[in-house]
Ligand binder design. Structure first.
Ligand code: IMP
Ligand code: MG
Length: 369
């Protein structure tokens, strides 16, 4: 991922793919032009890299020159094209091939046609590395297109965002989701996970997604996914990960403008952690951290026994059941701890102390993300 000014961009077309695309364009043009010596005209600034690579790959003699036009402000195309450097040579009777980095609305291309209207060239061909069909609103024929791309802003390989990014050897695409803080929250029974989740939700404006709640909601409301999940539960089978992921996806999509999510109760396996990563990837986002409250077993046992005295929860009353639940927790989470630690995303937080003290420690870990 790269950050330019205030925006984040993710890898889109690699150096190697660019190489292949540019090579193919050069071959296609050469095959069509036979022995004619073309004049390649790059449109500055964006095209300097593709022109440089293109002419190196062009298998026959050619001429190269540039004109300089400007149309973009920030990430938006403007109507108003300025001619900064025009044609400086006579092109009468020549075959001219315009080399563009990208054709978006086609405004720049329209200006190019205007420039060539009275030049009496033999033919004017248009070649562009990238083309955004959804944005194009002109009728000019594009003779060579390296790659059609969706109508999303890209940078790199000559293309810039407000001056930055032209130097990148690969192409990156604007991330649609910016700056999310997505946490996976863990804590052994009795660690105070619920209390801390409520606090984090408030402080960081996150949406708390508890898998248990999501299941209950979907089953209670008889959603298609809820009914599907129930069919497995009723047979005494585990609900397949994909069903759970689909439910989580719905929750994430319901909260498209959230600043981030706290996942609680999921993932529990390596496969689920991977599936969650993939889900966040489709949202142009990622899991930033696994935050785990760490509390000594003896402290947990004492806390839970104390809770059992008033809560009436049967599983809080029996010491051996409590110890078993704690053991189960560590057995399950050890794998996930490794999974996230490998990506430097594991943050253990000391969960012994007052609620406020623990809160301060959690905040310190999250603020560092
Ligand atoms: P058009 O005039 O709207 O076709 O836009 C053409 C010019 O806008 C290109 O030569 C680029 O300079 C710029 N442009 C269009 N799309 C992008 C993009 O996704 N990233 C960076 N520059 C772009
Ligand atoms: Mg350009």
């Amino acid at each position: 991922m790269v950050k330019l000014h205030d925006l984040y961009f993710k890898p889109f077309v690699s150096e190697q793919e660019l190489d292949t695309i540019v090579q193919k364009m050069a071959n296609d043009v050469a095959a069509d032009l036979g022995d004619e010596v073309p004049v390649f005209i790059g449109i500055l600034n964006g095209s300097f890299m593709v022109v440089s690579d293109f002419v190196k790959k062009y298998p026959k003699p050619c001429e190269v020159t540039f004109i300089k036009l400007a149309s973009y402000e920030g990430v938006k195309s403007t109507e108003d094209i300025q001619r900064l450097i025009g044609l400086t040579q006579d092109l009468t009777g020549r075959t001219v091939v315009i080399l563009e980095d990208i054709i978006d609305t086609g405004n720049t291309l329209e200006e190019v046609h205007r420039i060539f209207k009275n030049e009496n060239v033999k033919q004017l061909l248009i070649a562009t590395l990238f083309y955004k069909p959804e944005a194009y609103n002109k009728d000019f024929k594009l003779h060579y297109v390296g790659m059609e791309i969706p109508n999303k802003f890209i940078v790199g390989y000559g293309l810039d965002y407000d001056g930055l990014g032209r130097d990148l050897p690969a192409v990156y695409q604007l991330k649609t989701t910016q700056h999310m803080t997505n946490l996976v929250l863990f804590g052994p029974p009795g660690a105070g996970k619920g209390t801390q989740a409520d606090f984090l939700k408030e402080k960081y404006d996150l949406v708390h997604i508890s898998t248990g709640d999501v299941f209950r909601f979907n089953i209670k409301n008889k959603t298609a996914l809820g009914m599907l999940a129930k069919s497995f539960i009723d047979k005494g089978e585990l609900v397949p990960d994909q069903v759970t992921i689909d439910m989580l996806n719905k929750e994430v999509e319901k909260n498209a403008d959230a600043k981030g999510f706290i996942f609680d109760g999921f993932p529990r396996t390596n496969a689920q952690a991977k599936a969650l990563d993939e889900l966040m990837e489709t949202k142009d986002s990622q899991i930033n951290a696994m935050v785990a409250l760490e509390v000594d077993d003896e402290v947990l046992v004492q806390r839970l026994l104390k809770r059992g005295e008033t809560s009436g929860r049967a599983d809080d009353a029996d010491e051996s059941i409590i110890r078993n639940r704690i053991k189960e927790y560590y057995k399950k989470t050890a794998i996930l701890k490794d999974y996230y630690a490998e990506q430097n995303k594991y943050f253990g937080v000391d969960g012994v102390g007052s609620i406020e003290e623990i809160t301060v420690r959690l905040s310190a870990a999250i603020d560092k993300l």
